[in-house]
Design a protein around this ligand. Structure first.
Ligand code: BG6
Length: 483
């Protein structure tokens, strides 16, 4: 199978925070891969803008190092790296002052797509937007890209939306949630809406419950200071897990276009029930062979921030009332494994008499080992009567699709190309983000008000035992966290 690479229009992409961690780890190595794939037109330019004083040669050297370190070992033909580096420019800039803005304005071309990537903390979003406008660097075709976290609660997200709306129309604002750029996350939509098989059964009449797991083996490491102010709820649930929940639960959009898809996602978020305190388990990892405990890494021996969360969520709408969604995510768990599992109900009558509980289970593995498994019930081979057994119908994309199935384009590179193309389907709309915070805020406020202390769990385990008990109370079990 051959990947199709459709070149994008010429562009000037300015990366504010162009020397930062995200730019070096993800954005620039991703752009390099798109260059290698032949997707970047000859006259595309990438302009790093940051506080540090350096010239274009210094910036090219910095990015060459970043590509060597974070490029994932993917190499292009000889000479290609130089060709990519030639496209890089650099402007030292002061986001809150005047330094550098006139130079940057002088560099921008009129006849190409202009995109501005705000790879900086949200406190600078308003300053950047205002200066871009004051220096006449935007028109109605310009785009801005903003990173998560988009606020830390509803009030701050509203304020950010308002700031950006002063200078940009919603159609120009690309709020990134990199989970939406993952190949298999988009596959959720393909599986649901590209097959006749699943959609008729995709409701509370046939689905017993759905599990969404995003398990990580890494701890918070050097990000302790940021993370301790966020916790798993703000860092993962409000955005990444929420997006997965929306894609799995939404009504079919009338077409695959930005607002049709985002309208349906928004309806799901608005239909989420408030979560009862006893339907949430928060956890914090302890020290283990894998490294120090959470509190040590966070630099606060009394920290009450959660590095793990498991919750039972209800959706009050016609399709899903009565079907619980169990969400969990955590750091320093047993394996890196993200998976969505749809557990169907038992048959209402078995013609085979008393048999063990047999039910169909559809699991969609997001990472690693991307693929889909459908558990089906068949006859156990051999004589001796009709005994039933469950077997997996397994499709691992790498096996089924060859190189294309395994060689996943990184989420960031895909999303940046979508920005250049002007396609907002895989970006969050302002009202979606606000609705997600409106649901999240009371949960976090409740913990603060009650002085809730997370349960501890062993590094390398499957999380706190309380999470197991939460499902046991509903006579259900979590899927094993396995790669
Ligand atoms: C980020 C979070 O948004 O997503 C991190 O801030 C988390 O804490 C990361 O580790 C997970 O992303 P991925 O692509 O590795 O699953």
């Amino acid at each position: 199978m051959v990947s199709r690479v459709i070149p994008v229009d010429p562009f000037d992409l300015v990366i504010f925070g162009g020397t930062g961690d995200l730019a070096r780890r993800k954005i620039l190595p991703g752009l390099f891969r798109r260059f290698c794939a032949g997707q970047m037109p000859k006259d595309a330019r990438i302009i790093g803008a940051a506080r540090a004083d350096m010239d274009a040669a210094g910036y090219r050297a910095l990015i060459a190092e970043a590509i060597a370190e974070f490029g994932g070992g993917r190499t292009c033909e000889d000479g290609t790296l130089d060709g990519f580096l030639e496209r890089l420019h650099y402007v030292p800039i002061d986001a809150r002052g005047e330094k550098g803005w006139a130079d940057l304005a002088g560099l921008m071309r009129d006849d190409v797509v202009r995109a501005y990537y705000f790879s900086v903390g949200p406190s600078l979003f308003g300053d950047l937007a205002q200066r871009l406008n004051a220096h006449g660097m935007t028109d109605e075709a310009s785009r801005i890209v903003v990173e998560k976290p988009f606020g830390r609660d509803l009030a701050s997200a509203k304020a950010l939306n308002k700031d950006l709306a002063t200078y940009f129309d919603e159609s120009q604002i690309y709020r990134i949630d990199h989970y939406l750029g993952k190949e298999t996350v988009q596959n959720l939509m393909a599986v649901r809406f590209g097959n006749m098989l699943f959609e008729p059964l995709w409701n509370s009449q046939y689905v017993d419950h759905i599990q969404i797991t995003v398990a990580e083996t890494v701890g918070v490491g050097g990000r302790g200071e940021y993370y301790d102010k966020s916790g798993a709820m703000r860092d993962m649930v409000q955005n990444h897990l929420m997006q997965l929940l929306c894609l799995i639960a939404m009504e079919p959009p009338s077409k695959f276009d930005p607002d049709a898809v985002r309208d349906e996602k928004l309806k799901v978020i608005r239909a989420l029930d408030a979560v009862e305190p006893h339907h949430i388990v928060r956890g914090q990892y302890e020290a283990g062979d894998e490294g120090p405990g959470y509190r040590e890494e966070a630099g606060d021996p009394r920290s009450r921030t959660e590095s793990y969360i498991a919750m039972k969520v209800g959706i009050s709408n016609w399709r899903w009332a009565g079907t619980p969604f169990y969400l969990r995510t955590g750091k320093r768990l047993k394996a890196r494994s993200s998976e969505i599992t749809v557990v169907f109900k038992e048959l209402n009558h078995s013609i085979f008499g008393e048999q063990q509980d047999h039910r169909n289970v559809l699991s969609i593995r997001l990472q690693p080992n991307e693929g889909i498994t459908l558990g089906v019930t068949i006859k156990e081979p051999g004589p001796g009567g009709m005994r039933l057994v469950d077997v997996p119908l397994d499709m691992t994309f790498a096996d089924a699709l060859g190189e294309d199935g395994a060689d996943q384009t990184d989420a960031y590179e895909r999303l940046i190309m979508d920005v250049i193309r002007g396609n907002q389907t895989l970006f969050m709309r302002g009202d979606e983000v606000e609705a997600a915070w409106a649901w999240t805020d009371p949960i976090i406020d409740g913990w603060d008000a009650r002085g809730d202390v997370p349960k501890t769990y062993d590094s390398g385990s499957e999380g706190p035992v309380d999470a197991v008990q939460m499902l046991a109370r509903d006579t259900r079990v979590w899927r094993k966290v396995a790669p």
